[in-house]
Structures are given as structure tokens and as C-alpha cells.
Design a protein around this ligand. Structure first.
Ligand SMILES: Nc1nc2c(ncn2[C@@H]2O[C@H](COP(=O)(O)OP(=O)(O)OP(=O)(O)O)[C@@H](O)[C@H]2O)c(=O)[nH]1
Ligand SMILES: [Mg+2]
Length: 418
């Protein structure tokens, strides 16, 4: 097992929602999830990062000493380093140095199982590497393999600039092909007019545990970050006999590397296209509030922040009842549950049923042919159950969010433009 030293930079006067200690704790969890042993973790205070060395020379000497004292194999910085900073740090300390993004990419590389997952991870890794290659393309760490250099499926990452470019182009093309398949499958699901409910939330909040409990599935759940990468879909029948689909998918993180979000667009499409989001919050975690916020930031990036959402407060078995009540009061309409013990599942299912019947209904429209934009909107945001062309009109039966119905009704009343 590689022995890691973690270094977190604390900017003076920073008002960030996560304190340096809290960031350091999360980095340790990430490091453990990637399979290294955390030998030590330090926090360094500075006004701002040094452009060339990230830290001051004196501090770097100290870290070098600590590393040899503790037999460190890898130093993990809790920030994104530039290629120059990384190289300079390695040159002085003479120990492999990686940053938080590489660590996260490494976890993803080890977890990726499906073909699509592997392509997405490799693409994110190469996009990260590209601007950091020097000269003909020397890999970031000249100091051995292991963490930070692994590709999906334990193969080594490509390091030659020209070959990386070719590879990136190929991966993008492969992804496009897979996206097409995904879109087709989604269309098929729409045909059966099944509403989809995506279970989303911070990594380790208990999404897969809830998904398994509801749908009697066996997705791996563990007390590690990013256990799930590939989305899984299963049917579920609500008490009113309505069949719906639940989706379990990859977790979110504070300051999730941009390339990852970019590369995982296909997987995350399942979230964007879901009818309702079930946002799972681990309320036993001291940073629950900030984690919730981090989830909203990723949703924003995915342009999915206006999706209908039910907030679910998970792991109530680990929290005092009064505290749970306080947290429920803070969040209008949130449902407290324990995915592990099954506590309050009935209330959750009832809420989902009620929510769906209140927010998504089946409507009939007669739309003039010249308002084709409205018809595409219905296809995009709802489930078109029937469509018939009669003369100058299209008759449609559509399942739609009630809010959207009001908008469409209004636009239908307006005389056609032009
Ligand atoms: N005490 C308690 N533990 C829970 C509960 N729900 C989940 N866990 C534990 O939390 C850990 C993470 O659960 P997962 O279901 O893997 O979480 P996830 O959100 O799917 O995580 P990623 O896929 O890594 O993003 C596991 O160790 C679960 O056993 C709960 O209600 N109570
Ligand atoms: Mg999971």
C-alpha cells in the first residue's frame, strides 16, 4: 500500500464555506477510497499559492524532511496544481506529487466497470493531462507508477502528446456512439410513459443503499467515496399501481473537477432527463448543509437546477430525534428516512406518489401546426402519449409537469406570430 502525505493549503482571510480542516478530512476520505494509507496530513497557511512552487521554499524543505521521516510514497495536494508547480515540487522533494483532481480521477479510473464508464474516465484523465505535458510529453510523475498514473482497468495512461490527441478524438467518437444508444433507450422508455425518478446527492449519502432497498437490487454500497459510477435503472410500482423507474447514479462532490462533469455528461444525462430528483442528504454528516449546496452547484452546471425535487434526509438512525426534527423544519417538506434500516420508507413512497400526481398530469391539447415549437417543448419536457395530425392541428395527449402546462396553455391562447 502506498503511504501518502496530505497537504492542504489554507488561504488567509478565506471565507470559503469549507474550513481547511474540513477539506483535509474529505481529502483523507478520498485518499482512503483510492486505496492509499494516509500516513500524515498537514495544513499550510499562505496569503496565496506561489505561482511556481505552490508553497514557499522553506515549507517545501520541511515537507521533504517529513516525507523521508515517514517513508512517504506520494504527496497529495488538496488543490489543483499547475504542471509547473507539480514538477517543481517533485524536483525539490523527490517524491511523487499529485493533486486533488488526479486523486479523484484515479478513484474513478479504479471504479470504472462499464465500457462507457471507462471511456468517460480516460477522456477526463487525458483532458487533464494534456495541458500539463511538457516537451514531447513526459508524464507528470517521472517517479514511478501507482496512484495518479493509472488508467481505467489498471492500464497505464498514454503519455505521448501526439498519441494522446489521437486517443482523445477516438474516445469522443466512441462516446458519441454510446450517447446515441442511450438516447434511443430513453425514447423507448418514454413510449411506455414511465416517469423516472433519479436518486441524486453527495457521494456516500446512501443513494445505492436506498436504491437497493426500494428495488431489491444489489448495487455495491460501501463507506467509500464514489462507489457508484454507472447509472442503473429499475422499475418500481407505487401503491396506486403506477409504475415508475428509479435511477441510481454517480455521486456529487464539493469542487468536482470540471473535466469529470464534462466527460460524464452522458451518464449525468440520466439526471437531466429524469422527471423528478430525489435529493438524498446525509444529515449525520457535519457538513450536510455545505454538501447540499455542492449538489446544487453541480446541478447548475448540468442546467438541471429547476428540476422538481424531493429532499430526503438520510441516516436518521445516526442522529438524535430532536436534531432530525430541527433539520426537517429547516427544509420545507423534506422527508427523514434511514435507507439502512428502512425507517419511514412508507412516508417516502407516499410523498413520491402524491408529488407525482400533483406535479405531473396527463393533458390533452389541440395545437395548430404552426406552433411546432410548443410540440417540441412537450416532447422535450414531457411524455407524449398520443399524437395525431388532423387538418391544420395536432391532437396530443401528454404527461407534463403542471407548471409547464400553465405556460403552454397561455402560449396556445396567443395568436400565432408572423
Ligand atoms: N447508519 C446509516 N448508514 C447508511 C445509511 N444509508 C447508507 N448508509 C451507509 O453509508 C455508506 C454509503 O452508502 P452508499 O449507498 O454506498 O452511498 P452512495 O450515495 O451510493 O455513495 P457513492 O456511490 O459512493 O456516491 C455505506 O456504508 C452505507 O451502509 C443509513 O440510513 N444509516
Ligand atoms: Mg452509490
Amino acid at each position: 500500500m502506498e503511504r501518502a502525505l496530505l497537504v492542504t493549503l489554507e488561504l488567509k482571510n478565506s471565507r470559503a464555506p469549507w474550513r481547511a480542516e474540513e477539506k483535509a478530512l474529505e481529502l483523507a476520505e478520498l485518499a482512503v477510497s483510492s486505496g492509499v494509507f494516509v500516513a500524515d496530513s498537514i495544513i499550510v497557511k499562505r496569503e496565496k499559492p506561489h505561482p511556481a512552487h505552490f508553497l514557499g521554499k522553506g515549507k517545501i524543505e520541511e515537507i521533504a524532511e517529513l516525507s523521508s521521516e515517514k517513508n512517504i510514497d506520494v504527496i497529495i495536494f488538496n488543490n489543483e496544481l499547475t504542471g509547473t508547480q507539480q514538477k517543481n515540487l517533485e524536483d525539490i522533494i523527490d517524491v511523487k506529487t499529485i493533486d486533488r483532481t488526479q486523486l479523484i480521477l484515479d478513484i474513478f479510473a479504479r471504479r470504472a466497470k462499464s465500457n462507457e464508464g471507462k471511456i468517460q474516465v480516460e477522456l477526463a484523465q487525458l483532458l487533464y493531462l494534456m495541458p500539463r505535458l511538457t516537451g514531447k510529453g513526459i508524464i507528470l510523475s517521472r517517479l514511478g507508477g501507482g496512484i495518479g498514473t493509472r488508467g481505467p482497468g489498471e492500464q497505464k495512461l498514454e503519455v505521448d502528446r501526439r498519441r494522446i490527441n489521437t486517443r482523445i478524438a477516438k474516445l469522443k467518437k466512441d462516446l458519441d456512439k454510446l450517447n446515441l444508444g442511450r438516447a434511443t433507450r430513453r425514447k423507448q422508455r418514454t413510449k411506455f410513459s414511465l416517469l423516472t425518478i433519479a436518486i441524486i446527492g453527495y457521494t456516500n449519502s446512501g443513494k445505492s443503499t436506498l436504491f437497493n432497498a426500494l428495488t431489491a437490487s444489489k448495487i455495491t454500497t460501501q463507506d467509500k467515496l464514489f462507489s457508484t459510477l454507472d447509472p442503473t435503472i429499475r422499475a418500481f410500482v407505487l401503491p396506486n399501481n403506477q409504475k415508475v423507474l428509479f435511477i441510481d447514479t454517480v455521486g456529487f462532490l464539493n469542487e468536482l473537477p470540471h473535466h469529470l462533469v464534462e466527460s460524464f455528461k452522458a451518464t449525468l444525462e440520466e439526471v437531466v432527463n429524469a422527471d423528478v430528483l430525489l435529493h438524498l442528504v446525509d444529515i449525520s454528516h457535519p457538513k450536510a448543509k455545505e454538501m447540499e449546496q455542492a449538489v446544487f452547484i453541480v446541478l447548475d452546471e448540468l442546467k438541471a437546477s429547476d428540476k422538481p425535487m424531493i429532499t430526503v434526509l438520510n441516516k436518521v438512525d445516526k442522529v438524535d430525534d430532536n436534531e432530525v426534527r430541527r433539520m426537517v423544519r429547516q427544509r420545507d417538506g423534506a422527508i427523514p428516512i434511514s435507507a439502512l434500516t428502512g425507517k419511514n420508507f412508507e412516508a417516502l413512497i407516499d410523498r413520491i406518489t402524491l408529488y407525482l400526481s400533483n406535479t405531473i398530469k396527463t393533458y390533452n391539447f389541440i395545437v395548430p401546426n404552426n406552433k411546432s415549437r410548443l410540440i417540441s417543448l412537450m416532447h422535450e419536457k414531457g411524455h407524449v402519449l398520443k399524437k395525431e395530425y388532423r387538418g391544420n392541428n395536432v391532437h396530443l395527449e401528454v404527461q407534463l409537469p403542471t407548471a409547464l402546462y400553465e405556460r403552454i396553455k397561455k402560449e396556445l391562447r396567443e395568436p400565432p406570430r408572423g
